[in-house]
Design a protein around this ligand. Structure first.
Ligand SMILES: [Zn+2]
Length: 316
């Protein structure tokens, strides 16, 4: 991998270059240990995806064929890096072979899944903001609550392809097709505006609301085909978005009237959740909805998550 984090609970990722490694670590322990007779100074950090410890190779000695420095999992707990989650390690996109099936779930909630829930519930407003930006649909509070209830119901936090940083997109992906009838569209939501124009009886009102023109109309969205893959030692994750009409195909399925594919940019979510409190625009209504949904899902789990939220320095 060509990115790193400082610790398992660090929200920012950094490009793996000598300059950024030195700036972020100040060349201090536990990240930097002088060579003491070894071929290279010993550098450690944390995998940007599974958050387990990595050893960094090639930062201070040139690698064959002009290869850039890269990180490699240590596969075990490391001094100075207390977090190690064996299941996350086995499922890390840099380790596992192929893409995870949508139904693949982790066995244990300990470690990363619990942290995913903590981040999602504590930053539900940021997650919805990202989905609003990516779709152009001004997802209402009611719809946001439904998306979260479905995500929790299917235990999306245990999905084998879930990481902390792709949480907003996995929130959408873990849902079945859902209606956006009655939702408001942003001005620049070109894909969905064009798609609505192809749905008989559906209109976009001047205020951006998707509504019907006399007869029944429905417009839906589906997020599909989560495809994480490693390209040039970096994780690239894509997701497809389909706009559905109430019109049916001959086999009774919904007609797709708009489609796009987009690349998940986890650094956008990381930037939102790690911004200083005074620079964050928070939506307390959405945060309250997230807490209520989690309590409705599982009271004991909600208690654990709320406790962790009150003590954000821990991840275990
Ligand atoms: Zn990893």
């Amino acid at each position: 991998m060509r990115e790193f984090r400082l610790q398992a609970n660090s929200e920012m990722r950094f490009n793996l270059t000598r300059e950024s490694f030195e700036s972020q670590t100040r060349k201090r322990r536990p990240w930097f240990e002088p060579a003491h007779g070894q071929a290279e100074d010993v550098c450690h950090a944390v995998c940007p995806e599974c958050r387990n410890p990595i050893r960094i190779i090639g930062l201070y000695v040139p690698l064959p064929n002009g290869q850039s420095a890269y990180g490699r999992h240590t596969g075990m707990q490391q001094k100075g890096f207390p977090f190690f989650d064996a299941e996350s390690f086995a499922l890390c996109p840099y380790v596992r072979k192929g893409k995870p099936s949508r139904s693949a779930r982790r066995k244990s909630i300990e470690g990363l899944p619990l942290y995913i829930l903590q981040i999602l519930v504590g930053n539900f407003d940021h997650a919805i903001r990202i989905l609003r930006e990516d779709t152009g649909v001004n997802i209402s509070r009611t719809l946001a609550g439904k998306l979260l209830a479905n995500y929790l119901g299917t235990r999306g936090y245990l999905y084998a392809g879930a990481s902390v940083s792709n949480t907003p997109w996995m929130l959408a992906y873990m849902n079945p097709a859902f209606s956006i009838f009655g939702q408001f569209l942003q001005e620049e939501a070109t894909l969905i505006r064009n798609a609505v124009a192809a749905v008989p009886g559906a209109i976009v009102q001047p205020d951006g609301k998707i509504w019907k023109d006399g007869s029944f109309a429905d417009v839906g969205l589906t997020f599909a085909h989560h495809n994480p893959r490693i390209v040039d030692n970096r994780l690239v994750e894509t997701l497809k978005l389909w706009v559905l009409s109430h019109e049916q195909t001959r086999d009774g399925n919904a007609k797709i009237v708009g489609r796009t594919k987009f690349t998940i940019r986890p650094e956008r979510f990381e930037a939102l959740i790690s911004a200083p409190a005074h620079r964050q625009r928070r939506n307390t209504d959405l945060l309250d909805i997230a807490k209520a949904c989690l309590i409705a899902h599982d009271v004991a789990l909600a208690e654990r998550v709320f406790q962790a939220l009150e003590n954000p320095t821990t991840i275990d």
